[in-house]
Design a binder for this molecule. Structure first.
Ligand code: PLP
Length: 405
């Protein structure tokens, strides 16, 4: 009889967002007159930029005509998009990335989940704590994480790198040596960023230990400070130890349109084996390409109009971030993030734990956020608010929180 992949059975239920949903539904049923403001979910709300919509229309029309119709995309993605990426995301930052080092995908969630395919099952992973849950969960599915301890909420074979107020939400180099290090900057959920000098230490460490860094730069477009690197390849030697993941979701509102890419430099090797070749093999075998019309839409993000329009969207969200950060700080909360990222991370007041604060905000201010404990044990005692709402509702939410005193 067939057997299932038992690693899946080890995964604790995806409790965070379903529990939030349940609590909000119960509250709304009991209080139908209350207007709830949701600053919990990390999804964009502004419509796609006009330059992107124009490109979608144009590409759709091409699909209607025999001469310009497109079937399967090339394995790595269309060259027009990879060229735009190499030029705008890398060359413009002084980094040379070859076109065959860029792999177009349907987003960073798939890439961050799938990248484990090219690594040995016995590799040991290190993750920031708190962290985007996909890194750990997908490694559990692959059988790389050992056993789960529900008391400590940790996996036995994972190196956790706490990111708390005490270390300014920047992980320390781990004492135990990992094989695969997941870093995400600007960070979800803490909203923290890393300076180039700090990131260089990670690159040096990975090179010294023979580890690979999986660098998730999904929030790159939100960087506002000068000394924060936009790509890990700004660091010396990074091409020999790092894979970079990028997404169009948060820089251009493609969460429902789906587009991303992964960069694997050819210098990155395990012995004589190029990871680029392994990923090319994996990509060509298991993925049949992002749709042509979406790749054209992605190309439009790099047009002059597209750049201007998406920059305006980001400025809109970051203005919300400022409203949240400054409003809460003014009300006496200990807040971080919101400067290089659309996430604001706050310390829960009065010794409340993350879920107690969730209930308190829901009941008293009718505002929904995300309990920090849902992102990992070191997120306990913290809370995440996002800047993706409308300006008006963000302002109103903060006014309500301030009124709580
Ligand atoms: N990586 C991080 C850190 C994220 O927070 C998210 C989405 O919230 C993703 C990746 C997913 O990106 P995509 O929409 O491209 O799959």
């Amino acid at each position: 009889m067939f057997k299932v992949n038992e690693n899946y059975l080890k995964l604790p239920g995806s409790y965070l967002f379903s529990n939030i949903g349940k609590k909000v539904r119960a509250f709304t049923e009991a209080n139908p007159d209350k207007k709830i403001i949701r600053l919990g979910i990390g999804d964009v709300t502004l419509p796609l930029a006009p330059a992107v919509i124009d490109a979608l229309h144009k590409a759709t029309d091409e699909m209607a005509v025999q001469e310009t119709f497109k079937g399967y995309s090339p394995d790595l993605g269309y060259e027009f998009l990879r060229s735009a990426i190499a030029k705008n995301d890398y060359k413009a930052r002084g980094v040379t990335i070859a076109l065959d080092e860029i792999f177009i995908s349907d987003g960073a969630k798939s890439d961050s989940g799938n990248i484990g395919d090219i690594f040995d099952v016995n590799n040991k992973i290190a993750v920031c704590d708190p962290v985007y849950p996909v890194y750990v969960d997908t490694n559990v599915m692959a059988g790389r994480c050992g056993e789960y301890d529900p008391v400590t909420e940790r996996w036995s074979n994972v190196i956790y790198m706490p990111c708390t107020k005490e270390n300014n939400f920047a992980p320390k180099l781990p004492e135990e040596t990992p094989d695969i290090i997941y870093l995400c900057f600007p960070n979800n959920p803490t909203g923290s960023a890393i300076t180039k000098a700090e990131l260089q230490k990670w690159v040096d460490y990975a090179l010294e230990k023979g580890a690979v860094i999986i660098y998730d730069a999904a929030y790159e477009a939100y960087i506002s400070e000068e000394d924060v690197p936009h790509t890990i390849y700004e660091c010396e030697g990074a091409k020999r130890c790092a894979i970079e993941l990028r997404s169009f979701s948060k820089n251009a509102g493609f969460t429902g349109t789906r587009l991303g890419f992964t960069v694997i430099p050819k210098e990155l090797k395990s012995g004589d084996v190029m990871l680029n070749s392994l990923w090319a093999r994996r990509h060509g075998t298991k993925f049949n390409g992002a749709p042509y019309i979406i790749q054209r839409a992605g190309e439009a993000v790099y047009s002059e109009e597209g750049k201007k329009q998406t920059k305006e969207q980001i400025a809109y969200y970051m203005n919300n971030a400022k409203v949240i950060r400054e409003g809460l700080a003014g009300a006496g909360y200990s807040v971080s993030g919101g400067v290089n990222a659309p996430y604001i991370w706050l310390k829960t007041p009065d010794e409340m734990n993350s879920w107690q604060f969730f209930d308190y905000l829901l009941q008293e201010a009718n505002v929904v956020g995300t309990p920090g404990s849902g992102f990992g044990p070191s997120g306990e005692g913290y809370f995440r608010l996002t800047a993706f709402g409308s300006y008006e509702s963000t302002l109103e939410a903060i006014e309500r929180i301030k009124r709580l005193g």
